[in-house]
Design a binder for this molecule. Structure first.
Ligand code: ZN
Length: 295
């Protein structure tokens, strides 16, 4: 079984050949261009054909996705890509079944299989990156909700009077611990850099012992625990994983996160749930999309 998983992001596109068990065999990256989306899709097709015979395609993309019909309704990172019938396009060009889902759902499904080995039937993945996303698996099945909009974990309100979020609400989890939120915490702690500041730069400083940088990740961890505590109380999952770029800083997050989580979640579900950083935080979107195509 040769599958193709594609992760279409705002700056780059990962195209990967993936085995039926979710092992990434071969991959290439294309930069995202400003071209009309049709041109971008043509380039993707050319790359996929280089893999030879394939049996299915899965596409992971950030945004509002109609998973049933394989349509990208809207993507905040790709304003020109509205109502793109991805499933129809790929099936016509490649003549293999194609599934499309949003990146967090794909990451959750990939993590469910790679990290959880399908053993933890009630499963949540929280993606930590520019934005905060999530995917929910209930009884071994991806839960998409009534309109495909479930799992917007980043938009749990953690403070009704908090800062404005990109979604229009105030005080969402994402407004605190998405990339912009992390930088705001850093600025509040007086952490500045001439060359600019990013979550990775802050993490580097923290590992070198910079007190303010350590505090940034402590604060981050506290907010994260507030959001995750609600998830545990609502869903009572067997396992919860973190993926996305910022999860690479788990060493700076873990301790404060668990301390805070004990105050936020009920004891019984908290003792039950296994919480880890994904073993494969960077490629889960493409892997999960490919695996979803097999179902
Ligand atoms: Zn929001």
């Amino acid at each position: 079984m040769k599958l193709v998983g594609i992760d279409i992001g705002g700056t780059k596109i990962l195209i990967a050949k993936i085995s039926g068990t979710g092992i990434l065999k071969e991959s290439i990256n294309l930069p995202m261009s400003n071209d009309n989306y049709r041109k971008v899709l043509e380039k993707i097709i050319i790359e996929i054909k280089k893999f030879g015979n394939i049996s299915a395609v899965g596409i992971s993309i950030a945004g509002d996705v109609d998973g049933k019909n394989g349509i990208l309704r809207y993507s905040p990172n790709l304003p020109k890509w509205t109502n793109v019938h991805l499933k129809k396009y790929f099936e016509k060009k490649l003549n293999v079944p194609t599934v499309v889902d949003n990146d967090a759902n794909c990451a959750a499904y990939g993590s469910y299989i790679i990290d959880g080995q399908r053993k933890y039937k009630n499963f949540i993945t929280v993606t930590l990156g520019t934005g905060i996303g999530g995917g929910i698996i209930i009884n071994g099945k991806l839960y998409r909700g009534s309109t495909g909009s479930a799992g917007e974990i980043g938009h749990i309100t953690i403070n009704p009077d908090g800062p404005k979020c990109s979604c229009g609400n105030n005080g969402c989890l994402e407004a605190y611990i998405g990339t912009k939120g992390i930088i705001k915490i850093a600025n509040d702690f007086g952490l500045k850099s001439k060359s600019g500041i990013t979550p990775a730069i802050i993490a580097d400083k923290a590992r070198k012992g910079n007190r303010q940088a350590i505090r940034v990740y402590e604060k981050f961890s506290e907010y994260l625990a507030v959001g995750v505590g609600s998830l545990i109380n609502i869903f009572n999952p067997d396992m919860l994983t973190f993926s996305g770029g910022v999860s690479n800083n788990w060493d700076l997050i873990e301790k404060r996160f668990f301390d805070e989580l004990k105050k936020r979640a009920f004891k019984t579900p908290l003792e039950h749930v296994k919480i880890i950083k994904s073993k494969n935080p960077g490629n889960l979107g493409a892997i999960g999309a490919a695996l979803l195509s097999q179902k």
